[in-house]
Design a protein around this ligand. Sequence first.
Ligand code: PAF
Length: 285
Amino acid sequence: MRTVRTVAELREALAPARRDGATIGLVPTMGALHAGHLSLIEAARAGTDVVVVSLFVNPTQFAPDEDLDAYPRDEAGDARAAEGAGADVLFAPSVAEVYPDGFATTVRVAGVSDPLEGARRPGHFDGVATVVTKLLNMVQPDVAYFGRKDAQQLAVIRRLVADLNLPVRIEGCPTVREPDGLAMSSRNAYLAPEDRPRALALSRALEAAREAVAAGTTDAAAVAAAARVPMDELGVEPEYLAVVDPETFQPVTAVDRDVLVAVAARVGRARLIDNATIRPDGSVP
Ligand code: PAF
């Protein structure tokens, strides 16, 4: 695996593949790679000829009071993990390479960026949309891989790719979970041992929502109330617990088609999110 730090080096590294008509896969990451990221890299390895992993802790998607400085960083460990999972190129640019002096453009996806995460983290999705647009233009992949754990981010990216006619296929990959159900996240590193059992509140809420739908509940408010029960039992207060349309993230009133149940909560120092798509018969696609 080759590590490159500038767009010029990246383009030079990818030139032979492009000349030969090989397909290029991109896995954008902020590092602190865990099994969820590795599953994206493995999907890219299986689906494309040349796999690029980007490693960039994007400052524009963090609010001033968020964890930009504390965000876990271990480039050497990430490089080993990415290579082990099948990456060919690690693109690890500096902040100045991505946002040079005079940088003045923001990509904003209206609508889907606004509720839930967008309401709690103003500007977050503008930062994500801007950096992802740049990464897609820098790498020019055939396919880019994102985790469904960040479902709203995935919906924002799908919208921007469609709206801007970007010539890339977006692949949403399943959430990878710990054996007890906790969704893998770089921010799980913030969980103190005494908080770890309470972190299960999110996945249990989603399971309770699924069971309620499977048992015949169609009213979205009743599904949300059922999901709330395990959270209350574990003493975890949701920041939001919402039943929404999976594309627009607007609230729905009934589970009469596929819906997304999305939840966010603080558990100790960690702010965690999780979600599940639920079909009207209570199955999960
Ligand atoms: O999901 C992430 O790790 C980040 O939001 C992304 C897509 C790499 C953009 O910085």
